[in-house]
Design a protein around this ligand. Structure first.
Ligand SMILES: [Ca+2]
Length: 566
């Protein structure tokens, strides 16, 4: 049967099944590649000011758009819930992380009242694939329940980790479709050396190839959720070598260089000065270790960019590159958490022993989900603290607050907080067939909730009337530099809260009082105008209170954890 006839018949049958009228335009609808990275700061990638080598992301930016005021939710799980559903995290059941608090907005499990991007696009004829970190269900074990795993939430294929963080050499809760696997007993994927970032990229490439072998005439959604550069600082020696010595002079030279580059790129307004940094290099005792942490961090992002390059190459080979909307975002700001910064009883602050000190694990064993491993597969103890040079599989170290401050240059605070350094992310949009502009910036604010509405419009999908209505606005007008109308954008995480309306942003830390900033003039949140503009504070407080009530935000801290339901 001729290909065109098959396409026509498929289109007619889908149109009939879905009740939609997209058959006549089916061949023109774009594919979507949604890339999300983990715990990377606002100025880390090259096209937002960083010295880290990201030529592939930079090429997408040069061929498309960069949004300068795009926002996430400040943390892993709520960001994924928002991105996947187009709702605020509490509306999707993930107001905090993966604990069940016995409140519908805090179940640690994606709600049945929302639809994932894949569920939304499926009736419109899209195939959907996901690789990488899932982290929107608290059920990460092999024994289930699996009703909130990717293949039960609309995705046709999946390879990745159900849980949030872990070793890049031996990820826990690793799953292909619905089957838990060990990376060292997986006949379908046998690289010379297992490294999770590569595994995510390689499976993304594989799913594009398989799509063309099996579903040539249907458009696809590919969701790629890297765990780079979340702790632990794990990277391959050849990538770390590229950054050898790069950070030996400490935080300030890097921060200043990033600020100047971000200004020259137009990402940051040079009229707004660089605030004082957090770190004092002169007081750092373990300078070699401290700079090594950042070398490894940079190498993790470098490797992710290499993987994005593989995906781009495959899209070009399969003829998809022109009509695929590629979106790149980060899930929260740089991470100041202290994981592995000192040793402890189970993870000693010692040099690597000359030989294994523990029994080796079998290749078929699963690493335990959600825990920090105490040993490697071959029996070396996993170590923490400044005697432990990061990078290898027997180390588990985070890069610390001062480098997180550098990652977020020039913005305030970190992951967890809803000041600009916690919630600001690059958004790169690349779609040659649909966006005429090349290398332009878009300065109007946007949020992850807008991605679902954007894909709904471009994919000509009907959003079901029995699901919680989408909160976001389609970004398609912004692609053509037109304004998007919206009331405001809102945040709440761990009692940290904010609302942005136009250029005004009202923000408070948990337990703290409201601060008011004019973000257009003061992106670094250095001049609190709350006392001089009480009428604006009052207006925004009222908006926030309505939002918090409407989306079932509960007072922080939350009640004791419950675990008596799905
Ligand atoms: Ca994260």
């Amino acid at each position: 049967m001729p290909l065109r006839l098959i396409a026509f018949l498929l289109g007619v049958s889908f149109a009939f099944l879905g009740g939609s009228s997209y058959a006549d335009t089916q061949s023109h609808r774009p594919n979507f590649v949604v890339i999300l990275s983990d715990d990377i700061g606002f100025s880390d990638i090259g096209c937002y000011g960083g010295e880290i080598r990201t030529p592939n992301l930079d090429s997408l930016a040069a061929g498309g758009l960069r949004f300068t005021q795009f926002y996430n939710t400040a943390r892993c799980c709520p960001t994924r819930a928002s991105l996947l559903t187009g709702l605020y995290p509490h509306q999707a059941g993930i107001g905090h992380m993966m604990e069940d608090k016995g409140i519908p907005s805090y179940r640690g499990n994606l709600s049945t009242s929302c639809r994932t991007l894949a569920e939304m696009l499926k009736p419109a004829g899209y195939r959907s694939y996901a690789t990488g970190k899932w982290h929107v269900t608290r059920h990460a074990g092999a024994d289930g329940p699996k009703h909130n795993w990717p293949c039960q939430r609309g995705f046709d294929r999946y390879y990745g980790t159900i849980h949030g963080a872990g070793s890049f050499y031996d990820p826990s809760s690793l799953v292909r479709d619905n089957t838990m696997i060990s990376p060292y007993a997986d006949p379908e994927y046998t690289p010379d050396k297992y490294y999770y970032t590569d595994a995510i990229s390689d499976h993304a490439v594989r799913f594009i190839k398989e799509h063309h072998a099996q579903e040539e005439n249907r458009p696809f959604l590919l969701y790629i959720a890297y765990t780079a550069a979340h702790w632990p600082m794990h990277a391959l020696p050849e990538d770390i070598a590229k950054y050898d010595g790069k950070y030996d002079h400490g935080y300030e030279p890097i921060r200043r260089a990033r600020y100047q580059k971000a200004c020259s790129l137009g990402i940051i307004d040079p009229a707004q000065p660089l605030p004082a940094g957090i770190g004092d290099w002169g007081k750092v005792n373990d300078k070699e270790w401290e700079s090594a942490c950042m070398e490894v961090y940079a190498a993790m992002i470098d490797r992710m960019d290499q993987g994005i390059g593989k995906v781009i190459d495959q899209l070009k080979r399969s003829g998809d590159y022109e009509n695929t909307v590629i979106l790149y975002m980060q899930d929260n700001g740089g991470c100041a958490e202290g994981m592995g910064r000192t040793g402890n009883k189970n993870h000693p602050n010692i040099p690597r022993p000359n030989a294994p000190t523990l029994p080796a694990m079998r290749s078929t064993d699963f690493a335990v989900a959600g825990s920090v491993p105490s040993q490697t597969r071959d029996g070396y103890p996993v170590r923490m603290g400044p005697n432990v040079m990061p990078g290898g599989d027997d180390t588990y170290v985070a890069y610390g607050e001062a480098w997180a401050n550098v990652s977020n240059t020039p913005l305030r605070e970190y992951k967890h907080w809803v000041h600009e350094g916690g919630i600001s992310t690059p958004l790169i949009v690349h779609w040659p067939a649909g966006i005429a502009a090349r290398g332009e910036l878009r300065t109007q604010p946007g949020h992850l909730i807008d991605i679902a509405a954007t894909l709904q419009e471009l994919g000509q999908a009907k959003y079901p009337i029995d699901a919680t209505p989408l909160e976001g606005r389609s970004l398609v007008p912004a692609f053509a530099n037109h304004a998007i109308e919206r009331e405001a954008i809102y945040w709440e995480h761990e009692g940290n809260r904010a609302v942005r309306k136009g250029d005004w942003k009202l923000v408070a830390k948990h337990g703290g009082s409201w601060e008011l900033y004019d973000i257009r003039a003061d992106r670094t949140e250095s001049k609190d105008l709350s006392t001089s503009k009480p009428e604006i504070v009052a207006e925004l407080v009222e908006l926030y209170e309505k939002y918090a009530a409407r989306t079932f935000v509960a007072p922080w801290p939350l009640p004791k954890t419950r675990s008596d339901g799905l």
